[in-house]
Design a protein around this ligand. Structure first.
Ligand SMILES: [Zn+2]
Length: 377
C-alpha cells in the first residue's frame, strides 16, 4: 500500500534560491500549458494533450526559454501532468484549473532520483543535492513521487509517497454492536449514536475571530493601483499567513485525533453522504463547512478505515433523519430547527436531536448493507 510521509526540510540559502527557480519554472510551464490549451480550444475547438504540450515545452527550452534547462526536466513534465489531472478532475465535476500564482503555496514534484539518509538526516534531491531533513520517523519501502513545497510563511516541506509492499488488513465483519452512526453538524462537529459528541474546539473559534480582524486590517492597508504595496502591508500579510497556518494546523490536529478515536472504537462507521461540493456553492454554508472541515474529516476516516480494516458505510442524503424516532419509527413532523431535544408522542422516548439523527444513520447504514455482507447481532 501507498503511504505518504511529510517532513520539514532546511535548505541552505543557495538551495532556497535554486528552489525558487524551480518553483518559478514549473509555474511558468503550468500556466503556459493552461493558456495554450484554452486558446487551442476557443480558437480551433482543439484538445491539446499532455504530449503536445511536452513537445512545445521542449522547443521552448531550446529557444526562448533556455533558463528552463536549470530545472530538472522530469519535474517540469510533472507539472504538465498535474495540469492534465486538473483537467480530468474538472470533467469529473471538479473546479476549472486555475492559473498558479507566486503569492500562494509553491510546490514541485520529483518522480525519481530521490534518496533518503536517515542517519545523516539528509535527503538527496536532483540538482539540489543533499538537503537537511528532519526525519521525526522512518519508513521502509520504495520511494515513489516526492513533493517539495514552500508555505506562504516561508517554511519548506517534503512529502514522500512510499510503496511499502504491505497488504491492507482484511475488513472486519459488520455487527450491530460495533457499528456507529455519525451526525455531522455545524454547531456540534460530530455526534455519535452512542451519545458521545465532538464539539468544535473553542480555541479554533477564537482564532477564527482574530483572523477576521487581522484580515480587515490587511485590506485597509492595501493600496489600489500601487505598483508595490507598503512595508506595513507586507508585514500584515505575513501575520495573516501565519495565523492561517496556525489555524490549519490546529484544525488538522483536531480532525486527526477525532477520526482516529472513532476508527479505534468501532468497526463500522455510518455517515450521511452529504453532497459537500454542492453545499460549498452556497456561500454561507460553505464558510461553515470549510471551518469545521467535514470534507477533510471524511477523507481521514476513509483512509484510516483502510489501514485498520474498518468499514465506512455511506447512506444517501436523508431528509427526516432528525424527525424520525430512532426507537419506534414515528415521524415527528412539528420538530423545528431550534428544538434541541424532543419526546416521541408514540413511544415516549426523549431524544437529543443530534444523537437521534446519528442513531437513524446507524440503523439505515445497517439496513442497506450490500447483500454479500451478513449483519449479525
Ligand atoms: Zn418513538
Amino acid at each position: 500500500m501507498l503511504r505518504a510521509y511529510k517532513y520539514a526540510i532546511l535548505p541552505t540559502e543557495e538551495q532556497k534560491q535554486q528552489l525558487a527557480k524551480f518553483f518559478g519554472s514549473c509555474r511558468f510551464v503550468y500556466n503556459l500549458g493552461l493558456e495554450t490549451k484554452l486558446q487551442a480550444w476557443t480558437s480551433a475547438r482543439k484538445h491539446l494533450t499532455c504530449i503536445d504540450l511536452a513537445n512545445q515545452m521542449k522547443e521552448l527550452k531550446d529557444t526562448e526559454a533556455e533558463w528552463l534547462q536549470e530545472c530538472p526536466s522530469q519535474t517540469l513534465q510533472m507539472s504538465l501532468r498535474n495540469l492534465d489531472n486538473a483537467y480530468t478532475n474538472f470533467f469529473r465535476g471538479g473546479g476549472f484549473p486555475k492559473f498558479k500564482s507566486k503569492h500562494h503555496k509553491q510546490s514541485i514534484q520529483f518522480p525519481q532520483g530521490v534518496k533518503t539518509d536517515f542517519e545523516s538526516g539528509t535527503i538527496f534531491l536532483p540538482k539540489l543535492k543533499n538537503v537537511t531533513c528532519i526525519f521525526h520517523r522512518q519508513f521502509k519501502g520504495d520511494i515513489k513521487t516526492v513533493t517539495v513545497s514552500r508555505t506562504t510563511t516561508g517554511k519548506y516541506f517534503v512529502s514522500i509517497l512510499v510503496e511499502n509492499q504491505k497488504q491492507l488488513p482484511k475488513k472486519k465483519p459488520v455487527r450491530q454492536k460495533t457499528t456507529v452512526g455519525i451526525d455531522m453538524g455545524v454547531k456540534t462537529f460530530a455526534t455519535l449514536s452512542d451519545g458521545t459528541f465532538f464539539e468544535n474546539p473553542k480555541h479554533l473559534r477564537c482564532n477564527l475571530k482574530r483572523l477576521r480582524v487581522e484580515q480587515r486590517k490587511l485590506s485597509r492597508r492595501f493600496k489600489r493601483g500601487a505598483k508595490e504595496q507598503s512595508k506595513s502591508y507586507q508585514k500584515q500579510k505575513l501575520i495573516v499567513a501565519k495565523l492561517h497556518e496556525h489555524i490549519k494546523n490546529q484544525r488538522e490536529d483536531y480532525l486527526h485525533k477525532a477520526s482516529i478515536n472513532i476508527i479505534r472504537s468501532f468497526d463500522t462507521i455510518c455517515l450521511e453522504d452529504l453532497n459537500i461540493k454542492g453545499m460549498m456553492q452556497n456561500e454561507k454554508l460553505a464558510l461553515a463547512i470549510g471551518e469545521v472541515g467535514w470534507y477533510k474529516f471524511k477523507t481521514m476516516l476513509e483512509y484510516k478505515a483502510d489501514w485498520y480494516g474498518k468499514n465506512i458505510q455511506y447512506i444517501g442524503r436523508f431528509e427526516p433523519s432528525s424527525k424520525l424516532c430512532s426507537h419506534c419509527g414515528h415521524i415527528f413532523k412539528e420538530l423545528s430547527l431550534k428544538d434541541r431535544s424532543w419526546t416521541c408522542q408514540s413511544c415516549g422516548t426523549t431524544h437529543d436531536r443530534d444523537c437521534n439523527a446519528a442513531n437513524n444513520i446507524k440503523n439505515f447504514g445497517l439496513r442497506f448493507k450490500p447483500a454479500t455482507v451478513n449483519v449479525s447481532h
